[in-house]
Each structure stands twice: as C-alpha cells, then as structure tokens.
Design a protein around this ligand. Structure first.
Ligand code: SF4
Length: 187
C-alpha cells in the first residue's frame, strides 16, 4: 500500500523526527498524522474535482484537500485566492519563518500545481499583526531539495539515535514520554 505523508507533519519532522513517532505511539494518530492513506487521497481527489468546478464561481478557496502523486504527500491548504493566483498559509504569529514552514507551503503549492491550479504567488499571513510575508516560488533545485527531504522522512527509523537539544526538548510536548532525551522538564 502506498502511503502519503501528511503535509502538516513536515515542520514537526524537522523539529524532531522522533516527536512524530511519539505522537503515533501515544495518541494513536498514525493514519491521520504520519501518513495519509489512499482512501484520504481518493477523498481529496473527489473534493478537488468538486471544489475546482466551484472555483470558477468562488474567488477564494479555503481548506481544500490536496495531494501529489509525484511527491507522495497530501494535506489541506489554508487559502487560495484565485483572482490573484495566490496561495496563503496563515499563522497566528510569525517571528521567524522556519524551513519546515517553507516546506509546508511548497508542498501545498506542488500539490495544487499537480491538480491543475494556477499559482503565481505564495505568502504567509500573520494573524496577530495582520502582516503578509511573501515567499518566492520554489525553483527546480528547491523541488529537488524537498524531494530529498521527503525521502529522509519516509526512510526514518525511530530506533536510530538522534541528537537532542536541551532548549528543543524542554519545549517539546512529548518531553515526559520521550526515551531519547536526557533533558526532562519534570524530574
Ligand atoms: S523530547 Fe526531544 S528528543 Fe524527544 S521527541 Fe521531543 S524534541 Fe525529540
């Protein structure tokens, strides 16, 4: 069975790959969080057809399910403004834009392109201060970089040793459950 990686996990995987594994084990979120199943993909495809037709009437599409067969990823976009050909990912606050967040936006972009949508601009939008942060469209090299990253994600083995980081581990919601870290908040 061919699984699709959930776009929402890309940023978390960069934060710490083991956190994805712990979520899977302790919260039973494997099917939804770790991988999107072919069933999810089928649902996404149908939603796409319906919403794509709808897009001729609506200038804004919110929460569209998207997938890419080429990259093996699936998820949901935040907002697509059809007239402006603009894909936006909203965050409550944005002090720094992390590479994982960029991958998330690129992933949504590649999915929508594969599904036939026209996108010329990407941006993050910070709700807290009503600010837009334009992001360059990914180049061919960026796409290759992201494909390598997705391969690393697919190949991840939770039994591997990982490099821990005190600041990161102390801010991790799985800290108390984690057997990899030597940094425990409550001891
Ligand atoms: S506590 Fe540290 S090592 Fe464990 S999952 Fe969180 S970030 Fe990763």
């Amino acid at each position: 069975m061919f699984d699709y990686i959930a776009i929402s996990t890309l940023n978390d995987f960069i934060f710490c790959p083991y956190s994805i594994y712990l979520h899977n084990v302790y919260e039973g979120g494997a099917e939804e969080l770790y991988h999107a199943t072919p069933q999810t993909r089928g649902k996404a495809a149908h939603t796409t057809i319906d919403e794509k037709k709808y897009s001729t009437l609506k200038s804004e599409i919110v929460g569209l399910s998207v997938y890419s067969d080429e990259l093996g990823i699936a998820g949901k976009i935040d907002i697509y403004k059809a007239k402006e050909k603009l894909l936006i990912e909203r965050k409550y606050q944005l002090k720094t834009i992390y590479q994982g967040q960029i991958y998330q936006l690129w992933a949504e972009y590649f999915c929508m392109k594969e599904m036939g949508y026209d996108i010329e601009k990407l941006a993050f939008y910070a709700i807290s201060n009503n600010q837009m942060f334009p992001v360059e469209l990914p180049s061919d090299d960026d796409k290759q970089e992201m494909m390598r990253f997705i391969e690393i994600f697919k190949m991840y083995n939770p039994e591997e040793d990982i490099i821990t980081n005190e600041n990161k581990c102390n801010n991790c919601i799985y800290n108390s459950l984690c057997d990899k870290t030597e940094y425990h908040v409550y001891e």
